[in-house]
Design a protein. Structure first.
Length: 732
């Protein structure tokens, strides 16, 4: 499967691109980051190509996707996808943006006090003094801790409630049974609930092999959930030429963004009332005009030709309803069965339960997710000063400021580019990095040097705090929060399967086939790991399998191995015996506390930082790494990440900041195409503060009235008002 993906993406690369990257070589320290110009978006076979593609008009699908991404009708109470991703693809709101604990946390759902001992909690307004959430007397040393909060800065979503009905036409709010939330309330008024993880940017997210901080948005899109092949009930309804129909499995690779879209669309914290289905969302939107409550710029780079606006006069919405765009964009076999009945009905709690779904409603999740994926695939920021710079014979950008060039060298020497590498500056761009490595073996470090890293495959072996551990490529444990506050990649799906590829790989070696729920696991080559799993030597080794345990060559080929000596794996019997040991050292998982490595592109604008949003500035991030993280954990990598000289000198910090700022694409900063957008109106906290609510919401008397933040519509030419870093918006 992985080999197929790599071949597909390599086939898209032009000869110019090949020539350009053959000259990109790494110097001392970590690998040299690469330009994103010319790098193709990973291809999705069967989506747009072949004899019977799913999407028959890509342009219309992108129109549909952009409309759906920004439309406040998508959520149950005015929440759009863009509500959490409107500012350089991230969220810079500062009021009612706190969750008391992380995702899947074992800790009590209690908000922390502020540093001065005052209340924080729901509807609080964040200030500069609130950050960082882990503070010490000396920011480069974590011995003398002065403040530690397990709160999370994230994104306010819905009020929650239990879904009752939606409306085909009319207002944007679904009918839901509301009550005062047990956690998110001020006095007797419910406030909007807040996600337990910080919202990362969607710009360049198309390069991620998996999405979400814990990777649960599967690379394979199944048409009806985020879980790929893991979901046994997934599928879409297909009409055949003879007029019959059935539900079929769907398997689209390189479609993690589509998987992610469906997860958010049914999440009762992010976007909807509890129990609302994707088909209910289809019923609500199908016959509506897109963006009917929002202004659309007449010169919008995607929506302009379809907008009701005329030059100089902003109007709301597009001219054609969603169902027309779906009919134009998607293969008719997914929407052209017009008889109701076979595709299910709304829940019994709905007054419209007697009206079954149409095929187009039942398949709306697929339309929604794939259209969003195609739109987000256009959000590629590859025109930063770093991308535009000429490079010398070693691939070093030579047109940045002297300070920024020094900053790049500092980051390499500090091993920052071991994780923030490649063209998207993250190991999570698995397919793209593997392709670039195949084009130029020196792109990620000279092969005769120890200062290099494996980017082939999805599983590696790390030198971690607890010993040699398996790790998922693209994920890292840095000790931002304790494992008990958020296990990250160490979590499980609803079917009881581990999110981690590494955990599955160990079971594969032991012959436990029933554990393998992601097909990529079978492609893992031991010889592509940073550290060998087995060695053909006679002496026993507590950290490696040897001849004394029983070893065998890997089943896959050995062409272009990262580590030619690492071609051996344990026999099934040896692996099974190791798994059964209570004190095993050779089969350790580094999943617990690991999170997806984010891109550094536009990082100047995408705060707050880390999965818990606990850092407001890039300076605080640098201090975090200088003190070797906040907490110790088994999967931390002291030799790769925290063994380097700390970035502490004032000049070094300034240089690194200037390099990071060279990764900002001015089109993003000024919202020029393709980063222009319709108007967005969103909740920015509630009328009142974290002590008292001053007005009730028209949705329900038990809910707090929203304060509103309006982001005006911007056309292709962008805005004269630049986006600012997160700290700019914080109160003093």
């Amino acid at each position: 499967m992985l080999i197929l993906i790599k071949k597909l993406i390599i086939s898209q690369v032009s000869m110019f691109f090949l020539t350009f990257y053959m000259s990109s070589m790494a110097l001392a320290g970590g690998p040299m980051p690469l330009s994103l110009k010319g790098v193709p978006v990973p291809e999705v076979p069967g989506l747009l190509d072949g004899p019977d593609p799913i999407i028959v008009d890509k342009k219309k699908a992108i129109v549909l996707g952009k409309a759906l991404f920004w439309d406040m009708n998508v959520g149950s109470d005015g929440v759009a996808c863009a509500t959490c991703h409107f500012h350089a693809g991230a969220d810079r709101r500062i009021k009612n943006q706190l969750s008391p604990i992380g995702r899947n946390s074992d800790m009590p759902e209690e908000f922390s006090l502020r540093k001065d001992g005052s209340l924080r909690g729901p509807n609080a307004t964040l200030t500069k003094d609130d950050f960082p959430f882990f503070d010490t007397d000396n920011p480069t040393n974590r011995q003398d801790v002065t403040y530690n909060s397990d709160d999370v800065v994230s994104s306010a979503g819905t009020f929650g409630g239990v879904f009752r009905d939606t409306h085909v036409l009319g207002g944007m709010t679904d009918t839901c049974a509301h009550s005062v939330d047990e956690v998110f309330h001020v006095s007797a008024k419910g406030t909007r609930r807040v996600e337990p993880r910080n919202a990362p940017t969607v710009i360049n997210a198309v390069f991620n092999f998996r999405n979400f901080w814990d990777g649960r948005a599967n690379n394979i899109f199944n048409g009806s959930s985020e879980w790929g092949d893991r979901d046994p009930g997934a599928g879409v309804w297909v009409k055949y030429a003879d007029g019959t129909f059935s539900k079929e499995r769907l398997r689209l690779i390189n479609s993690s963004l589509a998987s992610q879209s469906l997860a958010a669309a049914v999440n009762s914290v992010e976007m909807t009332c509890q129990n609302r289905t994707l088909a209910d969302m289809g019923r609500k939107l199908l016959f509506r005009l897109p963006l009917e409550h929002q202004h659309v710029h007449w010169n919008d780079s995607v929506l302009g030709n379809y907008a009701s606006s005329t030059e100089g006069q902003l109007k709301k919405g597009l001219k054609m309803p969603y169902y027309i765009l779906i009919m134009q964009a998607f293969n008719p076999k997914y929407w052209s069965y017009y008889t109701r009945g076979p595709f299910g009905s709304p829940p019994l709690s709905s007054a419209k339960n007697s009206l079954p779904y149409l095929q187009a409603e039942a398949n709306f999740g697929m339309f929604f997710a794939l259209a969003l994926q195609l739109y987000q695939s256009t959000l590629v920021s590859d025109d930063s000063p770093f991308d535009r710079s000429a490079r010398d014979e070693n691939g070093v950008p030579i047109e940045l400021s002297e300070s920024a060039q020094r900053g790049l060298e500092v980051m390499q020497n500090a091993h920052c580019t071991f994780c923030h590498l490649g063209a998207n500056l993250t190991t999570s761009a698995v397919v793209t990095n593997s392709m670039l490595h195949e084009i130029d073996h020196d792109a990620f470090g000279h092969e005769d040097s120890n200062e290099r890293i494996s980017v082939n495959g999805i599983v590696t072996r790390l030198n971690a705090e607890a010993g040699a551990m398996f790790g998922d490529i693209g994920f890292s444990a840095t000790g931002v929060t304790p494992v008990e506050n958020d296990p990250g990649l160490g979590g499980f799906d609803p079917f009881g399967n581990p999110l981690s590829f590494s955990d599955q790989y160990m079971q594969l070696l032991a012959g436990n086939e029933e554990w393998i729920v992601d097909p990529f696991i079978r492609d893992v080559r031991a010889c592509d790991m940073d550290n060998p799993l087995a060695s053909a030597k006679d002496d026993p080794d507590v950290f490696q399998f040897t001849n004394t345990d029983g070893i065998q060559p890997q089943a896959q080929d050995t062409v272009d191995c990262f580590n030619p000596d690492g071609i051996f794996i344990p026999t099934v019997e040896a692996a099974r015996a190791e798994l059964e040991k209570p004190d095993r050292q050779r089969f350790l998982s580094g999943a617990n506390g690991s999170f997806k490595v984010p891109t550094l592109r536009n990082v100047e604008l995408t705060g707050p930082y880390m999965h818990n949003g606990g850092m407001a500035t890039l300076e605080q991030v640098i201090e975090f790494y200088a003190r070797s993280g906040n907490f110790d954990m088994d999967a931390k990598e002291p030799f790769k990440i925290f063994s380097q000289p700390a970035i502490t000198g004032a000049q070094q910090i300034e240089d690194v900041l200037n390099f990071l700022k060279s990764l900002t694409d001015e089109r993003v900063r000024y919202r020029r195409a393709p980063f222009d957008h319709p108007e967005l109106i969103m909740s920015h906290g509630h009328v009142g503060d974290n002590y008292a609510i001053q007005a009730e919401n028209p949705i329900s008397s038990v809910l707090a009235a929203d304060e509103v933040l309006v982001i005006p519509a911007v056309g292709a030419e962008g805005s004269s008002e630049p986006l600012q870093p997160f700290e700019f918006y914080l109160e003093e």
